[in-house]
Design a protein around this ligand. Structure first.
Ligand code: ZN
Length: 317
């Protein structure tokens, strides 16, 4: 529930920027893109999107979730493809949606329905006795990552539990990743776990949500940069609609992305949209264009890593 509430809070904080998005699209490509070829049909990967179906009989919602919480009411794989394919995105990493709780079946069924098109990040109950056994079960269906977040735990020590110990070990031994949805306040406890488990892959969501309050804080940026000392930590460069000025073309986020590029290198950064939330007040193109067509300091190789290879390595291999 808290995760969903925070998602709602993110959404309500997004200004109605659709008009600006339409203007940008009508005018063609952003200025920075004029020196670069359009990158269509490049088999890009979107490393983070959610899907759901209005069919709550076949796929019931978890405790505490109501059908009216689902906004938009429907976001099926077909609807997702309608947004991403015109921008050159052929594969997507699905992130288990909060309102299905620990029932990952809609995600799994969709992965099976479109073989090779979807990676999967599931959710298991990390407060249960054996979350690693659930990870093993989901792993058999191709799930390569697990979403985690502090829930109601004390932020200073949220990750230092028996359940997370098991998850870090299982992920390390089976080539899976832990994917924290966190703010920088949660980094100290994650740091302690990375020190104990340096070989476990970790993928931090949405630039550690720096700038959700509109401010790209220097201390937050430094805290995230410092995570680069762990070679298995990667960062999702994503959810631009919810960060900083929250307005296309999201150029205000470029300095932070450049800092992360310097700290982590492109091989540990992966771009993602965070659909469907990214296409509520903006268009899919507004989510991808900054990294695909902007940021002129990115080399062609960097873009390949950001837009495909990093996510491929973690979630499709
Ligand atoms: Zn998301």
């Amino acid at each position: 529930m808290p995760q969903f509430l925070s998602r709602r809070a993110l959404l309500t904080a997004v200004p109605r920027a659709a008009a600006a998005g339409v203007l940008l699209s009508a005018a063609g490509t952003p200025a920075a893109a004029q020196n670069q070829p359009r990158r269509r049909r490049m088999n890009f990967i979107d490393a983070h999107s959610h899907i759901w179906t209005p069919d709550t009989t076949k796929y019931p919602l978890g405790p505490g979730y109501l059908k009216e919480n689902m906004k938009p009411a429907s976001f099926t794989p077909e609807e997702l493809f309608g947004h991403c394919r015109p921008e050159g995105v052929e594969r997507v990493v699905l992130i288990q949606m909060s309102f299905y709780a620990f029932d990952n079946s809609y995600m799994l069924d969709s992965m099976a329905r479109f073989p090779g098109k979807f990676g999967g990040v599931g959710v298991v109950d990390w407060t249960a006795a054996r979350p690693d056994e659930e990870m093993a079960k989901l792993g058999k269906h191709g799930v390569k990552g697990f979403r985690v977040y502090p829930k109601n735990a004390p932020i200073a020590t949220w990750m230092e539990t028996e359940g997370f110990e098991r998850m870090f070990r299982h992920a390390r031994d089976h080539g899976q990743a832990l994917c924290p949805l966190i703010d920088t306040a949660a980094l100290p406890s994650l740091t302690n776990m990375c020190e104990k488990h340096p070989k476990t892959r970790v993928v931090i969501d949405h630039l550690c949500r720096i700038g959700t309050d509109g401010i790209i804080g220097e201390r937050d940026v430094v805290a995230l940069e410092r995570m680069a000392r762990f070679p298995e930590v990667r960062v999702k460069v994503s959810a631009f609609y919810a960060l900083g000025q929250k307005k296309p073309p999201h150029a205000d986020l470029e300095p932070m992305i450049r800092r992360m590029h310097t700290a982590f290198g492109a091989r540990r950064l992966m771009w993602a949209s965070d659909c469907p939330f990214a296409v509520v007040g903006e268009q899919y193109r507004d989510a991808i264009s900054l990294v695909r067509d902007g940021c002129p300091w990115l080399t062609a190789q960097d873009r390949e890593w950001l837009l495909r290879k990093t996510a491929e390595e973690v979630f499709f291999s």
